[in-house]
Design a protein. Structure first.
Length: 301
């Protein structure tokens, strides 16, 4: 890897480590939102660097939709065991069973919206005053509006018009009782930065990111993984193709990419050549022009 790329990645690493240490200095009960995707995995890696040789001071929080890829859960559990960290799992199924949210029906049914209620319940029940997330500004236009330290009111809501200034790397974590913060140390990273950092640091990632054979079907121009809870239209046919995940989420929302990338070098080349954004195949972002921003205002990641 060229020296200028290494220098660039080290600068991003230094910024993220600085922000994590700022969080540790300002908050008491800290959590790190862990999806099992590449961004949250990089976040854990950075946290290990930031606080070595001590254990990371964050409780990992995973919001389990019940519709996850099996590989994600296996990877999560192995990572938690290696870290020796505490894991809090918020169950969307439990929220449905308790009547807090309703199960969607139909071909486009998703539990994505239900994650917000489950996340807010997990944060409140465990009295977390801050939750670190792996969101990046290049992912989606609503995320580009959010600053490193994102204040949330007592209802977990975000007001994009009332964000605090962040001049000279000074971050204001003051809050009232019942409020909390979301913090995004990877805000200035791009998808390419994340992949090049994973390559440089030789970070372990789920096998889903590499090309593998899987039963899929084509819906609205996007390949989706077949699962028992997926309802196919009569015109949709199951095919077994070589695909990989570019971003990992709920199976119902995660578009799969036709690919032959079997290693990190090939993935980086593939990302460099693509003209489709990382979340371009995420069904949950296509529900409306303001889908992500509306969810973030309500308390989403």
């Amino acid at each position: 890897m060229e020296q200028y790329k290494i220098n660039h990645l080290r600068e991003l690493e230094s910024e993220a480590v600085y922000i994590m240490r700022e969080v540790a200095s300002q908050f008491d009960n800290m959590s790190l939102l862990f999806s099992g995707g590449k961004d949250s995995i990089v976040m854990v890696h950075l946290a290990e660097k930031a606080f070595y040789p001590a254990k990371i001071p964050f409780t990992l929080v995973h919001i389990d939709t019940g519709h996850n890829f099996d590989e994600t859960i296996v990877f999560r559990d192995k990572l938690v065991e290696r870290l020796g960290s505490k894991l809090v799992v918020g169950s969307v199924q439990k929220s449905i069973d308790e009547g807090k949210v309703s199960e969607e029906t139909g071909y486009y049914a998703s539990r994505n919206i239900a994650q917000t209620t489950t996340l807010l319940s997990a944060l409140e029940e465990n009295n977390f005053d801050v939750a670190l997330g792996g969101g990046r500004r290049d992912e989606e236009k609503a995320r580009a509006k959010e600053r490193f330290f994102s204040h949330r009111d007592e209802f977990g809501q975000w007001d994009p018009k009332n964000q605090r200034p962040e001049l000279w790397n000074i971050y204001n974590g003051k809050k009232n009782k019942g409020e909390h913060f979301r913090v995004f140390p990877l805000s200035n990273w791009t998808e390419m930065d994340v992949w090049q950092y994973i390559f440089m640091e030789n970070i372990d990632i789920p096998s889903l990111y590499y090309t593998h054979e899987r039963d899929v079907f084509l819906r609205d121009g996007v390949y989706i993984a077949v699962a028992p809870f997926m309802k196919l239209k009569p015109i949709e046919k199951v095919e077994r193709l070589k695909v990989r995940c570019r971003t990992i989420g709920d199976i119902t929302n995660t578009g799969l990419t036709l690919s032959t990338a079997n290693n990190l070098e090939d993935i980086i080349k593939e990302i460099a050549a693509t003209r489709v954004t990382e979340r371009g195949d995420r069904a949950d972002d296509k529900r409306s022009e303001s889908a992500m921003e509306d969810r973030k205002k309500e308390g989403y990641f």
